[in-house]
Write a protein that binds this ligand. Structure first.
Ligand SMILES: [Zn+2]
Length: 95
């Protein structure tokens, strides 16, 4: 299997240029290329995951706000839910 040394995207046999970023694909990827490819791939995944987590958490925030407004949540329940979200977020913030 070949991986783009620039962005880490897997390429099809016979591809001369990466289908994702357009970089020229080397015929024989070196170990360094493979490591770089893996690191790039993981970097992209971290970005994607971060976007996913942001979306999910924001939805939760708006959901509890909406529930509070509609009276589905009491103020205490809202505070508890908010505390849970806050705790999850603090795990990602450097201290
Ligand atoms: Zn590429």
């Amino acid at each position: 299997m070949l991986f783009c040394s620039h962005c880490g995207k897997e390429s099809e046999k016979g591809d001369v240029f990466c289908r994702k970023c357009g970089s020229k694909i080397s015929i024989k990827p070196t170990v360094d290329d493979k490591i770089k490819g893996t690191v790039s791939e993981l970097e992209s995944l971290v970005d994607e995951a971060a976007r996913g987590i942001k979306k999910e958490l924001l939805e939760q925030v708006f959901e509890i706000e909406e529930s509070l407004k509609k009276g589905d949540l009491s103020q205490d329940e809202f505070d508890l839910e908010a505390e849970e979200i806050r705790d999850r977020l603090h795990n990602f913030i450097e201290h």
